[in-house]
Write a protein that binds this ligand. Structure first.
Ligand code: HEM
Length: 421
C-alpha cells in the first residue's frame, strides 16, 4: 500500500526535546496549532502518529488495529513497567493474564481495601498531632505503601516501609524523566524485582505465608492455560504492578488536598454531599490534574482512518491528558468543578484518565476501582477525620515535569483529630 501523508506533520527533525520542554501540553499544543486530532511527529527517531478525542480513543482500543508488543520503549520497560508484564502482552496471552489481575478485585477484596485505607490513615494521626509540620507527599507515600503491602499480602517490617515507598515511587517518578531521575527508577526496578521474586520463591517453597485471595498468593500460585506457574521474574513484575500504582495514588491524594485548599467550599460539600459528592470530587481530581500524559501502541496491520494510512508497526500515541481538558467534551475545562459529573452522561471514550475500553479485553487500567476507592477514603480522612492548617508555601505544579509534583510537597500544620472519630 502506498503511504499517503494527508495529515499535518511537525517539521521538527526530532521533537523529543520539545516533549520534555512542553510536557503535558505537547500533544494539546500541536492539536491546536494544526487544528487536527491527528498529526505526525518524530519522537526518539521514530515517526509517531499522535491522535486525540473520543473517536480516536475508540479506534486506539480496537485490538484488531493495535497491539502492545514492542510499543513501550525499553527505558519504560526497564523502570516503570518491568519485563514480561501484562502491559506488553496481546491477544490470548493478554486476556489470560488480565483475567488473573481482574479476578483479584472481588467485592470482598475491595471492601478490605476500604477498611485498610481508613485504618492506615487513622494510625498516622497520633504521630501527626505531635509534629511541627507534615510534608503530605512524603507521609502519604508511606501510608499508601503500607496499604499496598498489607492488602497484597507482602510482608514488610514497618522500619522498611519508607525505603520501599521511595523505591516504588522512583518507578513512577522515572517515566517522563531523563538523567538521574530515570536511572533512580532503573535501580529501584532491579532492587524491587529481586525482593519480590525472592518472596514468590519463598512462598512456593513453603517458607513464607500469604493469605489466599491476596495478590501475592494468587499471582504466585496462578497457573496459565498450559497448567504452568508463572516464571518467578514475571510473577514479581505482576505483584509490583499492584504495589507501584497504589503508591502512585499518593499524587492524586495530594492533588485532592490541593483542590481542598484552593477551593475551601469543597470541604463542606464533601462533608455534606455523601458518597455521591465524594465520587464527583474524586472524578474531578482525576480529570483536572495531570498524571498520565498519553499511552502508546503499534499498528497491527495497515488500515485507513481519518485520512491517514496507518502502517503496520507504526507507533501511535493517544492523548490522555489533552482529552481531560478538551472543550468539546468538557464545558470550561480549566475550572475545577466536581458538579460537572452530576448527571453527565459520559460516552464510553469521553473520560479515560487511566485508559479506555474494556477492562478484560483491552489495556485499560486494571486498578481504576482500586484508585477511586483509595482516593475516596483518603478524602474522607482529610475532610472528616482531621483538621489542619496550610501555611504559606510554593504550591505551584509544573506542567512540564512528568509526573508532576507540587513544589513544596504540600506542607500542613496544626493537625488535630476531629472529636467525632
Ligand atoms: C495513580 C493511579 C493510576 C493511574 C494514573 C493509572 C493509569 C494507568 C494507565 C494510563 C494504564 C494504561 C492504559 C493503556 O495503555 O491503555 C494503566 C494500566 C494498568 N494499571 Fe493503572 N493506573 C493507576 C492505578 C492503578 C492501580 C491502583 C492498579 C492496581 C492495583 C493499576 C494496575 C494497572 C495494570 C495491571 C495495568 C495494565 C493493564 C493492561 O495492560 O491490560 N493501576 N494504568
Amino acid at each position: 500500500m502506498v503511504y499517503r501523508l494527508e495529515i499535518p506533520k511537525d517539521k521538527t527533525f526530532d521533537s523529543s526535546i520539545a516533549l520534555l520542554r512542553e510536557g503535558y501540553r505537547f500533544i494539546p499544543n500541536r492539536r491546536r496549532k494544526f487544528q487536527s486530532d491527528i498529526f505526525e511527529v518524530t519522537l526518539m527517531g521514530q515517526k509517531t502518529i499522535c491522535i486525540s478525542g473520543p473517536e480516536a480513543a475508540k479506534v486506539f482500543y480496537d485490538e484488531k488495529k493495535f497491539k502492545r508488543r514492542n510499543a513501550p520503549p525499553r527505558r519504560i520497560r526497564k523502570s516503570l513497567f518491568g519485563d514480561g508484564g501484562v502491559q506488553t502482552l496481546d491477544d490470548a496471552a493478554h486476556r489470560e493474564r488480565k483475567s488473573l489481575v481482574m479476578s483479584l478485585f472481588t467485592e470482598e477484596y475491595i471492601e478490605t481495601l476500604k477498611q485498610l485505607t481508613a485504618n492506615e490513615w487513622d494510625a498516622v494521626v497520633n504521630k501527626w498531632i505531635t509534629m511541627e509540620e507534615i510534608n503530605l507527599f512524603q507521609e502519604t507515600k508511606k501510608v499508601m505503601c503500607r496499604i499496598a503491602c498489607k492488602w497484597s499480602g507482602v510482608p514488610i517490617k514497618d522500619e522498611k516501609i519508607e525505603k520501599l515507598a521511595n523505591e516504588l515511587w522512583a518507578l513512577v517518578d522515572s517515566f517522563g524523566a531523563v538523567g538521574v531521575r530515570h536511572w533512580q527508577g532503573r535501580i529501584a526496578r532491579k532492587t524491587l524485582d529481586r525482593l519480590i521474586e525472592n518472596m514468590i520463591h519463598q512462598l512456593r517453597a513453603g517458607k513464607l505465608y500469604a493469605e489466599r485471595g491476596t495478590a501475592l498468593y494468587e499471582i504466585a500460585w496462578h497457573k496459565d492455560v498450559n497448567g504452568k506457574l508463572l516464571d518467578e521474574k514475571v510473577a514479581a513484575v505482576e505483584v509490583i504492578n499492584i504495589l507501584r500504582p497504589i503508591v502512585a495514588i499518593s499524587l492524586y491524594v495530594l492533588f485532592g488536598a490541593l483542590a481542598l485548599h484552593a477551593h475551601p467550599k469543597e470541604k463542606e460539600k464533601l462533608n455534606n454531599g455523601g458518597v455521591e459528592y465524594t465520587r464527583m470530587f474524586t472524578q474531578e481530581v482525576r480529570r483536572y490534574y495531570p498524571f498520565t500524559p498519553f499511552t502508546g501502541a503499534r499498528v497491527r496491520e495497515n488500515f485507513y482512518w481519518a485520512g491517514h494510512h496507518f502502517l503496520k508497526n507504526q507507533l501511535v500515541i493517544l492523548d490522555v491528558y489533552g482529552m481531560n481538558h478538551d472543550e468539546r467534551i468538557w464545558q470550561r475545562p480549566s475550572e475545577f468543578r466536581p458538579e460537572r459529573f452530576k448527571d453527565k452522561h459520559l460516552k464510553a471514550y469521553d473520560f479515560i484518565p487511566q485508559g479506555g475500553g474494556d477492562f478484560h479485553l483491552n489495556h485499560r487500567c486494571a486498578g481504576e476501582l482500586v484508585t477511586i476507592t483509595v482516593m475516596e477514603k483518603s478524602f474522607e480522612f482529610l475532610t472528616n477525620k482531621i483538621t489542619y492548617t496550610v501555611p504559606k508555601q510554593n504550591l505551584q505544579i509544573s506542567g512540564v515535569r512528568m509526573p508532576p509534583m507540587i513544589n513544596s510537597g504540600f506542607i500542613i500544620k496544626n493537625v488535630e483529630r476531629l472529636k467525632n472519630v
